[in-house]
Structures are given as C-alpha cells and as structure tokens.
Write a protein that binds this ligand. Structure first.
Ligand code: BES
Ligand code: MN
Ligand code: MN
Length: 453
C-alpha cells in the first residue's frame, strides 16, 4: 500500500514546485487590472484537475473570475465531499515592506513566502494534493467535488449567482473548507463561527467646490469636519457602537462556549505586545478578548480621503470627504439589516449642512457551524493521527461570505485549515510553513479516506 506519508515524502519537491506555479499568478480579484490573471489562475487549476483525472472539469459563470468546478471519478454508493476554496488573493501592497517580491514564491527558514501562500492557494492546494495522494494507486475512496472561486476577497458575487442558478452544486454529505488557521502552533482548530461583514463608503459634501480657507474660513462648512463628526458619533470612546438597534440581534455565546474559550491557552501580554503590537487593547473591556474578537460586532474605519494630503501646505476648505468603513457582524445579525441601520445612523448624526451618501461595497452574513456532528469527528481523528492533537472548537473574527450558501442543501460545513495565526494573511510577507502544507496533505488525505468508509 502506497500510503499518504510515503506520497508526501517521495513528492515533496514536486508538490512545492506546483504550488509555486500557482502562487506566481497575481490573481488579485479586487483590482480589475488583474482580471486576466484571475482567469489564468482558474485555467491553471482546471488544467491541474484534468491532469488528475477528474471526470468533469468546468470554468463557470464568469469570463474573468470563473468558478472552477471539478468532479472526481464517480464512486457509486460512497459519500460526496465538497471542497471549497478560493484562488484569488488580496492586493500585495505596500510592496516595499516585502522582503522578497509577493509573486515570486521562495522558501526561507521553513516558510513559503508569497501572496496567497496561506490565503488561500496554499491551503486549498494541500487538499488538492491530498486528493492526488488518495487516488494514486487505487480507486478514489470517496466522491469529491472541488468548487474553487476567484472572488472571495471581493464578496463572491459570481459564485452567489452560480449557486442561485445551480443549487445542486452544493449537494454533498460534507463541505470541507481550509481557509482558517490553527488556534496556535500544534493546536488544530475547527471554527464554529465566523463573523459577517458590512462594508461601506461614506461620502460627505458640504460645498459646491473647494474654497480658500482665508477668504471663507469661519463661515464655510468643511467636509472633513462633517465627516469626522459623523464618524466619532458612531462609536463611543469605550467601544460601544452607537448605531440604533445594532446590538438587538446579537446572541451571546453559550456559557459552555465561553467556558471552552476561557480554557484555551492564552497569554494576554504576549498577544497584545507581539501579535497586536500595541500598548493597550480597546473595545468593550467587560467582555473577554475572545468574546470581543468572535462574538461582538465591530466598526472600523479603513481609510479617509479628500482635501489636501500632498507635500507642503495648501490652505483649502475641502468640499468633499469620504471614509471607507466596515462592521464585522456576529450571530444572529444580518448584513442587510445592518446596512439599513448604518445608513440611517449616518444620516441622523450628520450636520444639517452636509449631504451624505452611504454606498455599500459588499457584505456577508455571519456563520454558525454545529461542531458536534460525525464529520467533525472525522477531521478530529485525522488531526489526531497526523498532529497528535485533535481539533479545538473556536470561532474566528474573519469572514467567508459564501459559507452559508455552501450549507444550503443541508451538508455540514467543516471549517478547518492548516495555516498558523502568524501567517500574515493580507499583509506583507504572507507565508505558509512548509511543514503545515505537508501536514495538510496528510490530514486531508486521511479525512478523504475516512469520509469514504
Ligand atoms: N480566509 C479569509 C477569512 C478568514 C481568515 C477567516 C482568518 C477566519 C480566519 C478570507 O479570505 C478573507 O479574508 N475574507 C475577507 C472577507 C471578504 C468579503 C473581503 C475578510 O474577512 O476580510
Ligand atoms: Mn481566504
Ligand atoms: Mn483573505
């Protein structure tokens, strides 16, 4: 029997080389200039699935950001595992903070550095190679369908439309998603919840056009001043979001859940100083850090623009200013409802002299996963065998918009990845530990074997 460990050992170099090929494609979905690269990444995967002997491989629903749908050979009477992942990545900037270029993957000190190394090309590729490992010298142990999209980082519109039109695509016995990290090195996790998102741009206009601040300062309404007034009224200095109705739908985690979180190994000082890199933590301090990260909504300002920010000085009263903001949402909030609540709150607190506009960019509902079912026991067993420790149930503050839709036909969704918390996703020098990648091949390979038994 040609087992998975042997497969990994014999093919180490080739597996990494293949992943590097995929990482070299700058498939940044949030930037239209990279549409061609997103297409290329989709085509690269499709070609890869054909070479693996998939019986049906299609690029669906978009010319520029196609969804790759690939089915392994049919195994009648066996369960079906749906594997979801994304081949698109976040923009790599600021480029000057990368030690090596983001789309020239290299291994240094046991880590593979590249944009997408962990989020999500490296992680989803570990499942693809796991599949290769288990079909290598025998019939597939289980039915597998891969569903890999190219728009996760920009809201998944193409895949949402596709699943509306073809709901049977998610007809499966379990959905496996490797797009969330371990809790800590040596501590694999299964995420029982993800936060949702409501991303918006607030634009304020106070004048027909910019004015000289000497001639008109003292009487002319300043757009930046209006914008700042609005923003500061949306959250108290103590961290309570002052959007009417926002907390109504928020469900407190169960006592059992809170107790489980409290028993996780956690060093506050280390987390604050090293991981966050600050002197203090903010937010509603009467709740634990985990509750603030996983079970409470947030409101963040991502960037403010308008007026004069160039070199030197320019005495201008800006007519227009705008801010990109987002709220992270928790069970049982709904992105649609929060959109309305935010728009109303902004209009309520805006000064009378300001015209305000709130444009929604994208959103996602929060996710709750039942982590007690039999499928979780399979991933737990696979991790026990490979890592020597089973999965801990945690939540995560990030969002994966399509997850609720993946479970629409009743299949349980397993959120369990092999990245580490310090992988630096979305940041410069994103990496995946090479060891974690190979663990992924072994764990997911065992999972596929077990799922077919
Ligand atoms: N893989 C991440 C989400 C994630 C990361 C969940 C870590 C849990 C832990 C995903 O690719 C991502 O970045 N999602 C975006 C949402 C999107 C709509 C821009 C996010 O969370 O900001
Ligand atoms: Mn991701
Ligand atoms: Mn991401």
């Amino acid at each position: 029997m040609y087992d998975i460990d042997t497969f990994v050992r014999v093919n180490e170099t080739r597996l990494l080389d293949e992943l590097k090929q995929l990482l070299r494609i700058p498939s940044v979905s949030t930037n239209p200039e990279h549409a061609g690269d997103c297409r290329r990444a989709g085509e690269w995967l499709a070609e890869h699935f054909r070479a693996l002997g998939c019986s049906s491989v299609e690029l669906k629903a978009s010319e520029t950001h196609p969804v790759v749908v690939a089915d392994g050979p049919k195994c009648p009477g066996k369960a079906t595992v749906l594997v979801y992942g994304h081949y698109d990545v976040q923009p790599p900037d600021p480029l000057d903070l990368w030690d090596t270029p983001p789309f020239e993957p290299v291994v240094r000190d046991g880590n593979l550095y590249a944009r997408g190394a962990t989020d999500d090309k490296g992680q989803v590729f570990s499942i693809i190679k796991a599949y290769e490992a288990v079909i290598r010298d025998s019939a597939p142990p289980v039915n597998v369908r891969f569903l890999i999209e190219g728009q996760e980082e920009s809201g998944s519109a193409v895949l949402f439309d596709l699943l509306e039109r073809e709901p049977d695509l998610v007809d499966a016995d379990a959905v496996l998603v490797a797009d969330t990290p371990y809790y800590a090195p040596g501590w694999p996790a299964v995420e029982t919840g993800l936060r949702g998102l409501c991303y918006a741009e607030i634009t304020v206009r106070t004048l027909k056009g910019d004015l000289h601040s000497g001639l008109y300062g003292g009487v002319a309404p300043n757009a930046h001043e209006a914008l700042v007034q609005i923003l500061t009224q949306l959250k108290s200095p103590k961290g309570r979001i002052k959007i009417p109705g926002l907390y109504e739908a928020v469900a407190r985690p169960t006592r059992q859940e809170r107790e489980a979180w409290n028993s996780l190994p956690f060093k506050l000082q280390k987390f604050m100083r090293q991981e966050v890199g600050s002197r203090e933590l903010t937010g509603l301090t009467r709740y634990s850090v985990f509750e603030r990260l996983w079970a409470l909504p947030t409101l963040d300002i991502h960037g403010i623009s308008g007026g004069f920010t160039g070199e030197g000085a320019k005495t201008v009263i800006p007519a227009v200013a705008s801010a990109k903001v987002s709220l992270r949402l928790v069970p049982n909030q709904r992105a649609r409802t929060v959109q309305r609540q935010l728009a109303r709150a902004v209009k309520q607190v805006a000064p009378r002299y300001a015209d305000v506009k709130v444009d929604f960019i994208h959103g996602a509902d929060p996710v709750v996963v039942d982590a007690t079912g039999p499928h979780i026991q399979l991933i737990d067993k696979a991790f026990r065998e490979v890592e020597g420790r089973g999965v801990v149930p945690i939540r995560s503050g990030g969002s994966i918009p399509i997850v609720p839709a993946l479970g629409k036909k009743g299949a349980p969704v397993i959120l369990s990845g092999v990245g580490l918390p310090d992988d630096g996703l979305h940041a410069p020098n994103e990496k995946l530990a090479v060891e974690q990648f190979f663990k992924g091949v072994r764990v997911f390979g065992r999972f596929l074997e077990l799922a077919g038994q």
